[in-house]
Each structure stands twice: as structure tokens, then as C-alpha cells.
Design a binder for this molecule. Structure first.
Ligand SMILES: [Zn+2]
Length: 55
């Protein structure tokens, strides 16, 4: 058992390869956390909340 399977930072469920891939592609969006798809959606569900400056 060399490899540790990342689990969702919020619910702790083991992640699938696809979920891991998405997290690795978008580390900034997810603040370097691993998240399951359900929780990834939460992160992209509120565009503008994060790091958007007011005009
Ligand atoms: Zn989760």
C-alpha cells in the first residue's frame, strides 16, 4: 500500500480517479483540498463570491 487515496476534505469519502483529477487541475479553486464531486460543485456554485473585487 504505497499510495494513499485522498478523501473529500468535507465529508471524508474516498475519491474516484476522476474526482482526484479535477482537484489536481483546479487546486486554486479548491484551496488545495480534495473534494468529492458534490462538494466540488459547491465550490464552483457561487461564482463571484471568491476573490472578486468590487468595481
Ligand atoms: Zn464531499
Amino acid at each position: 500500500m504505497d499510495e494513499e487515496i485522498p478523501s473529500c476534505a468535507l465529508c471524508g469519502q474516498p475519491l474516484t480517479e476522476e474526482e482526484i483529477e479535477q482537484c489536481e487541475k483546479q487546486t486554486e479553486r479548491f484551496s488545495n483540498q480534495y473534494l468529492c464531486f458534490a462538494h466540488q460543485r459547491r465550490f464552483c456554485g457561487c461564482p463571484g463570491v471568491r476573490s472578486q473585487t468590487l468595481p
